[in-house]
Design a protein around this ligand. Structure first.
Ligand code: NAI
Ligand code: MG
Length: 362
């Protein structure tokens, strides 16, 4: 199958870190004969300046037709004064909405050399490799009715509604089960079925889908508050966690801090599969455009490189190549090279380009 990749570097440090991903793509082409059909495009402030909108229709169409989109980051002080509808972030929101990316994947992967950067004890996080799958387009952030009403007695009332349909639950659960098959073959589904009707439905539907189609994966259910505790008590008990939009927002930020720096965190967002079973996919670092360090060759390119590794593993089924990248990162960190954001005593401080080159050499 051909491998259509759309690269949208965006703003600030986006082009700097995506430049290092491009080097790895060139290397794979030459040395491993894995050829990508790469296009690049503009998103965010860069697109506003050159094309008059944060995501041109032509770029949107390329994104829809690509097997995977790799995004750097968008935004910056230059565009902060624009009205909401015209802001750089709208480009990213349009991509997520029109590609219908309902499953947000946030891995928490602890590299041996950075064990000391975790907020937890080394023995609790050493070797940690978990994946949180958060439902991204439904639930309480979008449910109707919503709003703030005036009450007759002069009080006001704020309303949000948690709503999930069977289809919304099943499609995100399917993503989690498929991922588990490529990983440790275990899924933990988190909700609050003890106090929420949507939680009862969530639990029933995830269990049904499991029994119908994913019996080779071990499924367990856990209340979300307990999961929050278990994540800091013994995170290595988990492989894949699947949960709703609200609980996923919180649990994925909590899990991120098990690993240390923002500059190390990749993510993916997946949508429906096409007729070949390949899902719509957007891969991006968790961090933003970091205007404070942009243009200075200081940014950590690892989050973007690991996002590309996720694309290799989950979109292109190139697990071996994904392993190569993750192992190269591991070795370079073990060798003592650090960008400023992950600097530790005794390590050697290097630039974006030097870090990228060192990883490529490994
Ligand atoms: P940020 O993630 O850009 O930066 C937060 C802090 O982390 C800064 O001190 C930055 O220097 C540091 N940092 C981030 N990535 C780093 C890397 N790869 N290497 C080394 N240090 C790194 O978040 P902030 O400052 O809240 O937002 C800056 C701009 O980015 C805003 O315009 C915001 O809207 C946008 N943003 C965009 C996102 C996206 O494109 N997905 C996500 C978050 C923010
Ligand atoms: Mg959050």
């Amino acid at each position: 199958a051909n491998k259509k990749l759309l690269i949208l570097p965006g703003d600030g440090i986006g082009p700097e870190v995506m430049g290092q991903v491009q080097q790895v793509i060139n290397w794979m082409d030459k040395r491993r004969a894995v050829t990508f059909d790469v296009e690049t495009g503009l998103v965010g402030g860069a697109a506003i300046d050159a094309e008059g909108s944060p995501l041109a229709d032509a770029t949107m169409e390329k994104a829809s037709n690509a097997d995977a989109v790799l995004l750097g980051a968008v935004g910056g002080p230059k565009w902060d004064e624009l009205p909401f509808e015209q802001k750089p972030e709208r480009g990213l929101l349009r991509l997520r909405k029109e590609m219908e990316l309902y499953a947000n994947l946030r891995p928490a992967l602890v590299f041996d050399a950075l064990v000391e950067a975790s907020t937890l004890k080394p023995e609790v996080v050493k070797g940690l490799d978990i994946m949180i799958v958060r439902e991204l387009t439904g639930g309480i952030y979008f449910g109707e009715p919503r709003g703030i009403e005036d009450l007759p007695d002069g009080q006001r009332r704020g309303i949000n509604t948690q709503v999930y349909t069977t289809n919304e639950i099943r499609r995100v659960a399917a993503v989690a089960f498929e991922l588990a098959r490529k990983r440790g073959k275990r899924v933990t589904s988190c909700e609050k079925a003890n106090v929420m009707e949507s939680g009862v439905l969530w639990r029933q539907e995830v269990q049904k889908l499991h029994d119908e189609s994913f019996q080779d994966v071990a499924l367990s259910h856990m209340y979300a508050d307990n999961a929050a505790m278990q994540l800091v008590r013994n995170p290595k008990q988990f492989d894949v966690i699947v949960t709703d939009n609200l609980f996923g927002d919180i649990l994925s930020d909590e899990a991120a801090m098990l690993t240390g720096s923002l500059g190390m965190l990749p993510s993916a967002s997946l949508g429906d599969p096409d007729k070949h079973g390949r899902r719509q996919a957007l891969y991006e670092p968790v961090h933003g455009s970091a205007p404070d360090i942009a243009g200075q060759d200081l940014a950590n390119p690892i989050a973007s490189l690991l996002s590309f590794a996720m694309a290799l593993r989950y979109t292109f089924d190139l697990a071996e190549d994904a392993d190569l990248i993750e192992q190269a990162v591991q070795r370079v960190l073990a060798g003592g090279l650090r960008t400023a954001d992950i600097m530790s005593p005794g390590a050697a401080k290097v630039s974006t380009v030097t870090m990228g080159q060192a990883i490529l050499r490994q």
